[in-house]
Every structure is written in structure tokens, then in C-alpha cells.
Design a binder for this molecule. Sequence first.
Ligand SMILES: Nc1ncnc2c1ncn2[C@@H]1O[C@H](COP(=O)(O)OP(=O)(O)OP(=O)(O)O)[C@@H](O)[C@H]1O
Ligand SMILES: [Mg+2]
Length: 280
Amino acid sequence: MRERFKKKQIYTNVGTIIISINPYCNLGLYTPEVIHDYQYRGVKEMPPHVFNTAHDSYKGITDFGTPQSIIISGESGAGKTEATKQCLTYLAAIAGSVDNVETKILQANPILEAFGNAKTVRNDNSSRFGKYMEVYFDSNQKICGATTTNYLLEKIRVVATNQGERNFHVFYQMVKAADQATRTRTQLCNSCSDYTYLAGSGCIDVPTLDDNYDWTALNDGMRILNFKSSDQEAVFDTVAAILNLGKNNKHIFYGSTIHSYSLTNNFNTFRPVEMLVFIG
Ligand SMILES: Nc1ncnc2c1ncn2[C@@H]1O[C@H](COP(=O)(O)OP(=O)(O)OP(=O)(O)O)[C@@H](O)[C@H]1O
Ligand SMILES: [Mg+2]
């Protein structure tokens, strides 16, 4: 595998298992031309690739009518999330979809990643949750829907972020890029350094992450997935409220349990976003 990797062959087949070594660079392996080759030249002719796995799964459904599972596992930073995206992109390209549902499936990524991914010492975009995704095909073998189940979200990160790591992406995206109306409504500070939950770990900017761009992608994703604007506002109000709670150091949450807190008796001193979480 080392020899293959040196020749930029990052994929190796072992029976029906495919082993992938993360190249940490763009090797041009996922272009529309490559998808076309795997679709039409056949998996026997083409070298090992994650597209082979997606292709075989699709054939299992179309040719034999049996449900298929793809299990993607590996250590943090191995490339699981990227491999998942490549599988979905390939399936969407070769199967097509009903009502462009594949666009919606892919648009869910910026939302899931904003709220569930964070920079760690191992991976600038580390998924801090597990994901089980089901993709459904109709009788014409087109993608007609998908459900995603998330589990084991690392909630502790919100209040206790290791040195050199970051909190969940959405906090930085919102503070850096929210529009003026949102800032005024949520009484948002202008700088991440103003917030204990963001400044405490000593890492705010990450060269490989564009928080402004990702904020736009998050909002676009919510719109495409038909979030009501009132729901969208409620979500961002909550994000701002969590930041403000940390700032004033009034509550310390661990999971769903409040371990320690000190509240003033004078509720008038709470700003609206703080009251939102306190009451809720
Ligand atoms: N096939 C690939 N080609 C090029 N770069 C890749 C590839 N796979 C992963 N990477 C790079 O490695 C980074 C880490 O990959 P990824 O986020 O998929 O890891 P992961 O296994 O999901 O880790 P975690 O368990 O921390 O979520 C990506 O952000 C990307 O920059
Ligand atoms: Mg991941």
C-alpha cells in the first residue's frame, strides 16, 4: 500500500473491502470525467476507487433488488466524511433523482457540519457525531429520498474546548458573518474573542476553513431544505444565546445537566437572548 500510495494510488481493494489512504490533496480523482469512466467502462476495467463501491451497491439494488449497506470506518481524519460525499455524488450522478432530491441530500451537509463539526488537533473539519444515512430508490431506480440519523454528538465541546481546537463551526460562522439584522436581534458581539466559549481554546481562525463562505452555505442549505425563516431565526437565536450564556458565565452545562450556576434574582438584567435559553 505504501508503494501504491507513492504512485498516487490511494485506493487498494482487499476482496470487497476498499482501503483508502488520505492524500490530503486534490488528485483529480472525483471529476465528472472520472465518474463517467466508472459508470461506462465498468468496475473491472477501472482501478480501485470509492466509486467502485458505490457502483457495486447501486448494481446490487438495480440488478438484484436487494438492499445494500456501505460501512465507512477509520480513525479521525482518515477521510470517512469525504468518502461518504463521494459515494453520494456518484450515486446521484449515475442514478439521477426525483425532483432533484439529491441536491437536497448534498445540501444537508453544510448544515450538519456547521452544527456537528469542529476543528480538532487531528482534523480541521472533524465530525463530532456518528451518522447513519439511508438513501431510498424508487421503482425507476432513481433516488427519491434519504434520512439521516445522528448520534453521540460531542456536546461537552460547547463548554469545554481543548487547547488548539475549536468549538462547533456555527459559532464562528455566525459571529464573523451574520447580517446586521441578525446581529441586532441576537445582540451578537462583533468578535469571537469576546466570547469565552470561543476564545478560551486559543484558536479562532483556521487557514483551511472559510467561516464567511460556510455561513452562506449554511443559510443556503437551510433555505433549499425549506426551513421556515422563523425556525431559522429560532436556531440562530439559540446559537447566540449559548454564546452569551458562556460570556456571562452564569451557567455551566454538561450534557443536559446543569452542574453549577449562579443567577441574579433580577431577571431584568438578562438580555432577551439569555432569557430565551433560561426560560426554555
Ligand atoms: N480522498 C481525499 N482526497 C483528498 N483529500 C482528502 C480525501 N479524504 C480526506 N481528505 C482531506 O482530509 C480531511 C479529513 O477528512 P475527513 O473529514 O473525511 O475525515 P474523517 O474520517 O471524517 O474524520 P473525523 O472522524 O475526524 O470526522 C478533509 O477535510 C480533506 O481535506
Ligand atoms: Mg468526518
